[in-house]
Design a protein around this ligand. Structure first.
Ligand code: GDP
Length: 299
């Protein structure tokens, strides 16, 4: 199973990988190689900070070890990238609170609704009872889509046509407590009618959830599209500044040439990557492993 998705991840990241691994096909480590590598990392959206960090580390290691062949350098890069990504490898823990309240944010199109469906299945598969809250009350389609995911997973959903998002969230947390659910997943809006400010709306939802349960929300997740590179990094910073993120779900890593984005996140805003999306299907959600990812990116 794991091998199957790793192959898929590799095939997607391969677009990145081919340009990065192409750097190591020569016979010597020279200045031109370092320049090509910097270019390839920037193309893969690793960002300036991670690119400089990694190439500086490589230069130090080459000096210290005296290796001369590019293949050896590639292996050092895999090790350095693994180390850089390691802080992002963390699991979503549920069970410390009943219910564990998980607020999920993300701009429209990032894959938020799909990821909530996948996460619901993942939790249900591990025998956790889940209650969904459709707090994106602005988009009728969002509510309908979430209802479809709820039905597919046979879990309950709190939804109210045109209702106040914060009120729906409050009701869901209260219901989750009353019904003894393990997890309440709150789906929030990714875009609002223009006159309203998205971050203010999300902050309000967070405040109101805390009124329903003083320890909640226990997790604030952001779903980002791994295919949007530096744009995704900017979203992480903006949502973290506003809401205080506890975790990320990075989607669409099955078809991207911008897999370097995780290195950028690790350098610029190291928030745990609880899950990665590697396809559109319900079971195409995987936990993030730093070494596997580094190998897939550079193999
Ligand atoms: P939302 O607007 O953020 O709720 O986004 P959706 O969940 O509706 O997803 C937007 C599109 O991205 C849909 O066509 C999804 O099938 C697709 N999608 C979501 N996650 C993934 C993923 O991990 N891989 C791929 N290939 N497509 C995905």
């Amino acid at each position: 199973e794991r091998q199957k998705w790793l192959d898929k991840l590799k095939a997607g990241l391969g677009k990145t990988a081919s340009s990065i691994s192409g750097v190591f096909v020569g016979t010597q480590i020279d200045e031109a190689l370092y320049e090509d590598l910097e270019g390839a990392l920037l193309m893969a959206d690793a960002g300036v900070s991670a690119t400089e960090h990694l190439t500086a580390a490589l230069r130090r290691k080459v000096k210290a070890t005296g290796v001369t062949h590019p293949t050896a350098l590639k292996n050092i890069l895999i090790a350095e990238l693994t180390e850089l990504l390691q802080p992002l490898q963390k699991s979503l823990v549920i069970g410390e609170h009943t219910p564990t309240v998980v607020m999920v944010a993300g701009v429209n199109g990032a894959g938020k609704t799909t990821s909530i469906g996948k996460l619901t299945k993942h939790l249900a598969d591990s025998n956790a009872s889940v209650l969904l809250a459709a707090a994106d009350t602005f988009r009728a389609a969002a509510r309908e889509q979430l209802t479809v995911w709820a039905d597919r997973n046979t879990v309950e959903i709190v939804s109210q046509e045109g209702g106040d998002p914060a009120a729906v969230s409050y009701d869901a947390v209260t219901a989750g407590k009353a019904r003894g659910k393990d997890v309440v997943l709150v789906d929030t809006a990714g875009r609002l009618p223009t006159q309203l400010h998205l971050m203010e709306e999300l902050k309000k939802i967070k405040r109101v959830i805390a009124k329903a349960d003083g320890t909640a929300p226990h997790e604030v997740l952001l779903v980002i599209d791994g295919n949007t590179g530096q744009n995704a990094v900017q979203q992480v910073k903006a949502f973290d500044d506003a809401l205080g993120l506890t975790g990320l779900i990075v989607t669409k890593l099955d078809g991207t040439a911008k897999g370097g984005v995780l290195a950028a996140i690790a350098r610029e805003r190291p928030i745990p990557v609880y899950f990665i999306g590697v396809g559109e299907k319900l079971d195409e959600l995987e936990t993030f492993n730093a070494r596997e990812f580094a190998q897939a990116l550079l193999a």
